[in-house]
Ligand binder design. Structure first.
Ligand code: HEC
Length: 140
């Protein structure tokens, strides 16, 4: 049967697993609130690119539920989504972007609160929460 050591290891593993799934549920929740405030006006509440602002834009907001499907290999392009939202690093390298540069916006607010190093960390956390949230709404 199981040794005491093995049971302890198993219990530890289970605790870690449930903590990490709790953490990602929390990220998604924070991300979904931020999404509703900052993104839904263009991309729509459900992320399909049909927000109220969409009809006034020349470049149509993307359907954000298709990011994994559009990636070709059906793998959610985590880093690319991060970079597109952050916007401070060039991703595709063509022309102007129609999307606001969230990294700059968030950073301006965060620096006032946390200073330049802390501000950068807070900005990345905020973008990351959105990346997790978008991952949770991908069409299978
Ligand atoms: C002012 C309208 C507007 C707002 C607000 C907006 N977006 Fe966008 N977004 C766009 C447009 C337009 C595109 C199409 C690509 C381009 O030209 O930038 C886009 C593209 C994207 C893409 C790339 C999709 C792809 O297929 O590669 C992601 C990811 C994204 N937006 C996420 C967000 C997130 C997250 C927010 C909120 C923090 C947000 N957007 C807020 C207009 C907007």
């Amino acid at each position: 049967m199981f040794s005491k050591k093995k049971i302890t290891a198993l219990a530890l593993l289970l605790t870690t697993l449930s903590i990490s799934s709790l953490a990602s549920a929390e990220e998604e929740l924070i991300g979904s609130n931020e999404y509703r405030v900052s993104c839904a006006s263009c991309h729509g509440i459900g992320g399909k690119g049909d927000g109220q602002m969409a009809k006034f834009l020349t470049v149509k907001p993307s359907n954000l539920t298709m990011l994994a499907k559009n990636a070709g290999n059906s793998v959610y392009p985590f880093l690319k989504v991060f970079q597109v939202i952050d916007g401070r690093t060039e991703v595709s390298g063509h022309g102007d972007r129609a999307m606001p540069v969230w990294g700059d916006r968030y950073n301006k607010e965060a620096i006032k609160k946390y200073g330049s190093f802390g501000g950068e960390t807070a900005t990345r956390a905020r973008v990351l929460e959105l990346v997790y949230y978008l991952q949770s709404i991908q069409e299978k």
